[in-house]
Design a protein around this ligand. Sequence first.
Ligand SMILES: [Zn+2]
Length: 347
Amino acid sequence: MSKALSICGRQIAPGSREIIEVPLPPLSTHSALHMPVHVIRGRREGPCLLVCAALHGDEINGIEIIRRLVGLSQLGRIRGTLIAIPIVNVYGFIHMSRYLPDRRDLNRSFPGSETGSLAGRLANLFMKEVVEKATYGIDLHTAAIHRDNFPQVRATLDDPETRRIAEAFHAPLVIDAALRPGTIREAAIEMNIPWLVYEAGEALRFDEVSIRAGVRGIVNVMREVGMLPKSRRKKTFVPRIVKSNFWMRAPQSGILRLTAALGASVSKGDTLGYVADPYGENEVHITAPDSGIIIGRTNLPLVHEGDAMIHLARFRDNASAGETVDAFQFELDPVEGSGLSGVEPIA
Ligand SMILES: [Zn+2]
């Protein structure tokens, strides 16, 4: 007998597929609000993978990742259950905002409580109705507004099962990331649910390479944990673990011209850009303090002193990390690449 699975009182039988509309507190106009939850349950027993996106309401790459994921024909033959939620922070999404209407960050409000703030109640509802059913989790994010992230997985690599799925995802870069209080990752780890955060692209934008890598990564994890058959396809690169990472901050306020692209391999002393006043006077060169790879950057050319400009990652072997980045970009290039698809690329 398979274990019963129910969300908001609705039973999902083995071999069935449902979209459950989880009711949320309505808008102040009293307009009803729901969070759609896809549940795809195989006939055979297996793990329960939760994939969620837009906990930050303006981080929309993950919504498209889930749209493509739930359309895959292989899902008709899965073992276990896939639960996929394209938009967790429905309130923020409506306003194209990271936050909730109470200005709280949902991903700093876990595990929440039934009697807490709107953010706390939403977090609590999500934990009870969804996260508690999962045996693995993947949370899809992008960089914050005006910033861009090179596709990367963040996870707690001390835990062997988490490390196994983090490597299986096969993003080019993996960060052994410290836990931030109040995140869903922290709450899930508290419940011993191996959890990955996939960070790729920019808020309020679609990025085809990030989306493709995300869909492929989730499928790779499903293969690793036995929900789908293993692939015999040869991998073209080895994921690299970041040794350390830090943000370079603007040395002065002004107009920023970055000359180094996201994903670029840089050597210590390389010029990465300039900050000057609007007339181009008082120009300060920005040079790489160390060798590494640019895994995040701002796309906004206006900075105040201290603003984050470039997220630089160091590796045990910077050259081989650079090879991984190149192989990944080549493979998933929407025009040249051979990796995946059948989907019309977003330009
Ligand atoms: Zn986010």
